[in-house]
Write a protein that binds this ligand. Structure first.
Ligand code: FES
Ligand code: FES
Length: 175
């Protein structure tokens, strides 16, 4: 048995096949924003945000949910694209709406990776390397680049920016 935080709420897992990926578990539990594209870590459609330590505070890291096994989340904190929308459209989503999405299959993954960079505390401009793990087969990258580069700084009252002022959880050993 183990638990982790998902979009700010604790989730208890009493029984799960240890080979279950985070992506598969999310999609089977109603969080279908994260998509399966390649299922082998190439396309970023399955990206989720993992909270990592950053001194006494924390930072987001975009990781591929298709490569992570659910038990590896024990004691950790993860945010999905649904968690970004808790208070209405996230600024990154609003920016992507200006031409950065066509069929939309890759969009949640781009939004998640863009959000990780959006919240990076030392950010000046936008480091496009943050999107290097995301592939889009139809929009073309120019409007996505434009969306990324249009982003300002997060509002200090933004709940996720506030969360990052606190420490990341320490992963717990599995029972
Ligand atoms: S589904 Fe393509 S990287 Fe996970
Ligand atoms: S908008 Fe269709 S794959 Fe990117």
């Amino acid at each position: 048995m183990f638990s982790f935080k998902l979009n700010g709420k604790t989730v208890e897992i009493s029984e799960v096949d240890p080979h279950t990926t985070v992506l598969s578990w999310l999609r089977h539990n109603g969080l279908t924003g994260s998509k399966e594209g390649c299922a082998e870590g190439e396309c970023g459609a399955c990206a989720v945000l993992l909270l990592r330590p950053d001194g006494n505070t924390s930072r987001f890291e975009s990781v591929n949910g298709c490569l992570l096994l659910l038990p590896s989340l024990a004691g950790q904190e993860v945010w999905t694209v649904e968690g970004l929308e808790t208070h209405g459209l996230h600024p990154v989503q609003t920016a992507m709406l200006q031409g950065g999405s066509q069929c939309g299959y890759c969009t949640p993954g781009f939004v998640v990776s863009m959000a990780a960079e959006y919240y990076r505390k030392e950010r000046q401009g936008f480091d496009l390397e943050a999107l290097s793990g995301n592939l889009c087969r139809c929009t073309g990258y120019r409007p996505i680049k434009d969306a990324a580069e249009s982003l300002g700084k997060p509002d200090p009252n933004d709940p996720l920016a506030q969360r990052l002022t606190q420490p990341a959880p320490t992963p717990a050993p599995l029972n």
